[in-house]
Design a protein around this ligand. Structure first.
Ligand code: SAM
Ligand code: DTB
Ligand code: SF4
Length: 329
């Protein structure tokens, strides 16, 4: 089991930039093709009116962000969007819902979405809030490949950002996901007013899990008008790249995703992130509710950098799951 101390990580983090990048690239090249980047597409399947108070989030019902709320969308609509994502070259389809946690009555529709997307030969990911052990088991039985649940920040800074659920709730959900056999996608957000010690605290929590997350999204705060974090200072790009490099060194076998915030990053900054070991992105014009770079712009950037989309190694086997095989459905 990994056992990184905060002091060790602080020392790594504070190295001269070029030494840090060299170390990160060396580790990256031991486990990955440095010229391949995994490509995922996001879709919001239930938008807005979320009861939680995450200070960064445009979807919380507590903040007036002018977002149009939508109930859980139809399976056909999800599959049409997934088909487009597949045609555009995505290998993973991530479905997100603005829930504190899913209701058992939602499970049958979610199972249909998972079945349909897998049948197209794409990996599936969902982010639906907290899961009970049973719910994690149901989603795993339905064939869901990844579950995204972010720790967001350090245990100490967390209470400045969210009060409606605690850090331990997040760790409990991640444990249920791990025990169910699904892969974990978990990371955080930089630029919420936290200090470097908090960024180190987040990375140490992720890296020291008995099995670190297979996928680690590093988001840069998207400042949305109406949220409590709307007026945060811009985050230093070099500090962002450092954090990506440290994530790469601490979790050598994980995909590190250059996640939200790319719309506000220069091509040079994104190129540095790929040099530092980032090897996954969200592709397509929209994240959940905010803008992401145009697909054509990303294609052009990949071309300039000689980066190819990472092919799906082994498409996870598709097995039709009958609803009556999933408890509660
Ligand atoms: N409601 C579920 C939950 O919170 O677990 C799933 C959806 S939630 C929108 C997924 C993640 O998106 C959050 O944990 C957060 O890390 C990220 N996120 C949300 N708003 C963001 C923003 N404005 N900037 C960057 N990341 C954001
Ligand atoms: C993650 O870490 N970032 C994604 C995904 N996991 C679900 C979400 C980013 C959301 C950005 C704000 C929005 O578009 O609403
Ligand atoms: Fe709700 Fe998730 Fe947004 Fe928090 S991050 S307010 S739980 S949708």
């Amino acid at each position: 089991m990994p056992n990184w101390t905060r002091d060790q990580v602080e020392a790594l983090y504070a190295q001269p930039f070029n030494d840090l990048l060299f170390q990160a690239q060396t580790v990256h090249r031991q486990h990955f093709d440095p010229n391949q980047v995994q490509v995922s597409t996001l879709l919001s399947i239930k938008t807005g009116a979320c009861p939680e108070d995450c200070a960064y989030c445009p979807q919380s019902t507590r903040f007036n962000t002018g977002l149009k709320k939508e109930p859980l969308i139809d399976v056909e609509e999800v599959l049409a969007k997934a088909k487009k994502a597949k045609e555009a070259g995505s290998t993973r389809f991530c479905m997100g819902a603005a829930w504190r946690s899913p209701k058992d009555r939602d499970i049958p529709k979610l199972v249909e979405m998972i079945n349909g997307v897998k049948e197209m030969g794409m990996e599936t990911c969902m982010t639906l809030g907290m899961l009970t052990e049973n719910q994690a088991g149901e989603l795993a039985t339905a064939g869901l490949d990844y579950y995204n649940h972010n720790l967001d920040t350090s245990p100490e800074y967390y209470k400045e950002i969210i009060t409606t659920r605690c850090y331990q709730d997040r760790l409990d959900t991640l444990e249920h996901v791990r025990n169910s056999g699904m892969k974990i996608c978990s990371g955080g957000i930089l630029g919420m007013g936290e200090g470097r010690t908090d960024r180190i605290g987040l990375l140490v929590e992720l890296a020291n899990m008995s099995v670190p997350p297979e996928s680690v999204p590093i988001n840069m705060l998207v400042k949305v008008q109406g949220t409590p974090l709307q007026d945060e200072d811009d985050f230093d790009p070099i500090e962002f790249v450092r954090c990506i490099a440290v994530a790469r060194i601490l979790m050598p076998k994980s995909h590190v995703r250059l996640s939200a915030g790319r719309e506000n990053m220069s091509e040079e900054m994104q190129a540095l992130c790929f040099s530092a070991g980032a090897n996954s992105i969200f592709y397509g014009e929209k994240l959940l509710t905010t803008a992401n770079p145009e697909a054509e712009k990303d294609k052009a950037l990949f071309k300039k950098l000689g980066i190819e989309p990472e092919p799906l190694k082994q498409p996870t086997p598709f097995k039709e799951i009958r609803l009556d095989q999933v408890a509660n459905a």
